[in-house]
Every structure is written in structure tokens, then in C-alpha cells.
Design a protein around this ligand. Structure first.
Ligand SMILES: [Zn+2]
Length: 185
């Protein structure tokens, strides 16, 4: 949804701008998230130490992405976490008739995530944006033509904002109609 696995990881905290909801509450949540994420090894298990590392990587990636969005220097502590994680073991890739097969443990997953974060954060042409729905605050990679994308996702945010605007217009016009008789005289 964010257009990059590391940004997707950062997006596992929903509604950062308002009341954050953490989708990764336990190591099992992390295992499930990794299994669903494209471009990462399958069948990975996470112990508590790896889970903690994943959470600190997540917050570091989010901080650096926000630094990019706000066009300010990278936070040194977050750089250290992301660079240190990227220096870990990398997944093995194999070619087969079925396509690419990637394997590795949780540390390889984390280093792969850190590397994909570095690739996007180092790319001067990558258009990183914060979602236009104020409470969401999710950072995504805008790959659309002309960089016109406004929301992290249409289902999550775009349609919600549009529906809210529609309801507000309806309320306003209902209010205007109820006032009309009085105003006409
Ligand atoms: Zn959003």
C-alpha cells in the first residue's frame, strides 16, 4: 500500500496523527505481517528479541521517512538503527521455474526491510508523501503519473475523506433549507 516494504512496516502503526493503533502487538503479529508482505522470505518465526528489533527498525524508518517528507536532515539515532540492521545477514534468492524464491530467518527479513528503506530514502526522485487524511499520517511512495496521489490508499483514506465531505455538504444544505422560510421574509 505504501509502495515499499519498509514504509509498509512503518504503516503498521495506523492513525499516527491521532490515536495510534499498533497492528504489531506480539511476535506472532510480526510473523503474520512478514508472511503477507511481498518480497520477503516466507515461514519466518520471530522471538521476542527479534520482535523488539523489528519495532525499533519500524520507528527508525518512520522517523527517517518523516525527515524526508519535511525536508530536514536525518535523525542520527534512526540512521544508526537502519544502517546497523541493513548490515545483518541477507536473504538467499534462488531462481526456479516458479520464479524467485527467497529464504532466510527473521534477521534476514529485518535486514532486507532496512535495505529497501535505505533504497527509497536515498533516492532523490522518490516522492514520499504523508497521507492527506490528517489523522492517518501514513507515509507512502507516490508513483502515480504527475505525482497527484493524495491518499495512502483509496479504501483506507480517500473514500473516507470523500464520504465525510459528502455528509458535510448534505448537512450544510439541509441546514440551509431549514433556515430558508425565516430568511425569505
Ligand atoms: Zn491514509
Amino acid at each position: 500500500m505504501s509502495g515499499n516494504p519498509a514504509l509498509d512496516l512503518a504503516g503498521t502503526v495506523r492513525s499516527r496523527g491521532d490515536e495510534p493503533v499498533d497492528l504489531l502487538a506480539t511476535p506472532a503479529d510480526l510473523e503474520r505481517w512478514v508472511a503477507e508482505c511481498d518480497g520477503l522470505p516466507d515461514g519466518v518465526t520471530a522471538d521476542f528479541a527479534a520482535f523488539e528489533s523489528a519495532l525499533s527498525l519500524r520507528e527508525a524508518v518512520y522517523r527517517l521517512a518523516l525527515d524526508r517528507v519535511l525536508d530536514r536532515p536525518f535523525d542520527p539515532g534512526s540512521l544508526e538503527i537502519v544502517n546497523g540492521t541493513a548490515a545483518g545477514p541477507v536473504p538467499t534468492v534462488e531462481l526456479a521455474d516458479a520464479g524467485l524464491r527467497m529464504s532466510g530467518g527473521i534477521l534476514a527479513v529485518l535486514s532486507q526491510l532496512a535495505r529497501s528503506g535505505i533504497a527509497v530514502l536515498a533516492d532523490p526522485r522518490a516522492r514520499l508523501k504523508e497521507c492527506g487524511r490528517a489523522n492517518c499520517a501514513r507515509i507512502y511512495l507516490d508513483r502515480s503519473r504527475g505525482a497527484r496521489r493524495t491518499w495512502c490508499g483509496m479504501d483506507e483514506c480517500g473514500n473516507r475523506v470523500k464520504a465525510a465531505a459528502y455528509r458535510a455538504r448534505r448537512r450544510a444544505s439541509a441546514l440551509a433549507e431549514s433556515r430558508e422560510p425565516g430568511e425569505a421574509t
